[in-house]
Design a protein around this ligand. Structure first.
Ligand SMILES: Cc1cc2nc3c(=O)[nH]c(=O)nc-3n(C[C@H](O)[C@H](O)[C@H](O)COP(=O)(O)OP(=O)(O)OC[C@H]3O[C@@H](n4cnc5c(N)ncnc54)[C@H](O)[C@@H]3O)c2cc1C
Length: 426
């Protein structure tokens, strides 16, 4: 069996794992970083060859996430394909309560941005390929982890034709393993790390839709009697400025009904629920759907091991906070690794990883609470009286402090301790 020594082993090269690799390479130079990813990398074209797809999935990035990508030198690459969110309009179907947030009120060009996941991935890969500190094992899966005295021993199997990671094994000795293998983290489970899970009994249907009127940079958060939905502005599409990313919360039975409809009938059904603020829905793109739950790992750190991204916390997507929260955690972790290097400690030592946990836990608790409150207050499964929900929205609009608080959460600026101040503290 081949063996490999590394400092930081990242299991999973999705948005969280890839961004962590870049953040460590830039903020904590000197570490050897190894990323394992189950999917092959060779199919990834260069960003200049990128062809925006009408059906690509996208992520809402907060203003705070833009600042992080600026710090990582990646924002200028992302920006050309990122649609600015200039307004957020929050409303409840059939009720008067509405709240509106405007970037101009906060003296910013945008409250956030919407970018295709594929585009984010291409920009990240292009930056990662330039870093000599980063080695990729792909397509390969981490199939076993044994904690040791100074880090972990991980078995990494190349992914063969079966796609199950049963190919050629490599034994990797790492001082720290960052588990970034997604919401259904197999590695978390194999290590016996428990989670708290709130099953919302709902599904998110994702699709790109075209509208008669242009979105003009407005993100719509609409709470319906069936649960929340969001329409996020996108760049490109057959008629630029008329394409939005839909996140539509449905019960299992409603999901089956919508999936059985033709595209035209889906447009009509959506029209009934969303209304006419964007005129007629004219096209309904490829659909994807996910069962919705809030999953939070009960342990985020162990000696030599740290959980990041969806493996640590997977949220309801309606508030668009999952990756934004993860990103702040990744920066805090990269800074913690730098601190470890500067103080001669192992990046996987428990006191070091506890520092990371302390730096990130307030933010995680607040955002998990914010997303969960939105779902409970406005979701169909929870018996909040409709008038109370309208008052909550109307109240947000007229109470400057409440609205400011809501806007700061949405912009990803609500962190108790900014990263820069935390660094000074260390
Ligand atoms: C419908 C929906 C909409 C969302 N919208 C937003 C939004 O607008 N804004 C926002 O901030 N967040 C949003 N999120 C959340 C966001 O998508 C996630 O936070 C983000 O994708 C997390 O990425 P990740 O890298 O942790 O996990 P993943 O993207 O799942 O990546 C995990 C990676 O690990 C690899 N892998 C798995 N097992 C192994 C193994 N054993 N060894 C090696 N590799 C492995 C997989 O191949 C995969 O590439 C949304 C989520 C959903 C479901």
């Amino acid at each position: 069996m081949q063996t490999l020594e590394t400092d930081i082993l990242i299991a999973g090269g999705g948005l969280a794992g890839a961004t962590l690799a870049l953040a460590v390479a830039q903020l904590a130079p000197g570490y050897r970083i190894t990323v394992t990813e189950a999917f092959p990398l060779s199919e990834t074209p260069a960003p200049e060859d990128y062809q925006p797809s009408y059906d690509a999935r996208s992520t809402a990035l907060s203003w705070g996430s833009r600042q992080i990508f600026e710090r990582l030198g990646l924002w200028s690459a992302i920006e050309p394909q990122a649609a600015p969110i200039r307004h957020i309009h929050v409303s409840e179907r059939g009720r008067l309560g509405v709240t509106r947030l405007a970037a101009a009120d906060h003296h910013l060009p945008a409250l956030g941005y919407v970018a295709d996941n594929r585009w984010l991935g291409l920009c990240l890969m292009a930056a990662l390929r330039k870093s000599p500190a980063i080695q990729w094992l792909a397509p390969a899966r981490v199939t076993g982890v044994t904690p040791g005295r100074d880090g972990v021993r991980a078995t990494v199997n190349s992914v063969d034709g079966e796609g199950d990671g049963s190919g050629e094994p490599t034994e990797v000795h790492a001082r720290c393993l960052a588990i970034a293998d997604g919401g259904r983290s197999g590695l978390r489970e194999s290590l016996g790390i428990d989670v708290t899970r709130e099953n919302y009994g709902q599904h998110a249907l994702i699709a790109n839709v075209s509208t008669e009127y242009p979105h003009e940079g407005t993100a719509w958060e609409r709470f319906t009697s069936r649960g929340p939905m969001a329409l996020l502005p996108q760049v490109g599409g057959p008629q630029p400025g008329h394409r939005s990313a839909l996140v539509w919360t449905l019960s299992g039975a409603e999901l089956d009904e919508v999936l059985a409809l033709s595209d035209d009938a889906r447009c009509q059904r959506l029209q009934k629920v969303f209304g006419w603020r964007l005129g007629r829905f004219t096209r309904f793109g490829e659909t994807h759907h996910y069962p919705l739950s809030l999953t939070v790992a009960k342990e985020v750190v162990r000696p030599g091991i740290v959980l990041v991204g969806n493996a640590a916390h997977a949220l309801h997507p309606v508030a668009g906070q999952g990756f934004n929260l993860a990103l702040r955690g990744l920066m805090a972790l990269a800074e913690t690794f730098r601190y470890a290097g500067q103080t001669g400690q192992s990046p996987g030592s428990l006191p070091v990883l506890m520092k990371y946990q302390q730096a990130h836990e307030d933010d995680q608790r607040r955002i998990v609470g914010f997303s969960d409150t939105l779902v409970r207050l406005f979701g169909s499964e929870y018996p909040t009286p409709a008038f109370a929900r309208s008052i909550a929205l109307a109240g947000l609009d007229v109470l400057p402090d409440a609205k400011h608080w809501f806007a700061r959460q949405a912009m990803g600026l609500g962190t108790a301790k900014p990263v820069a101040r935390r660094e000074e503290h260390w």
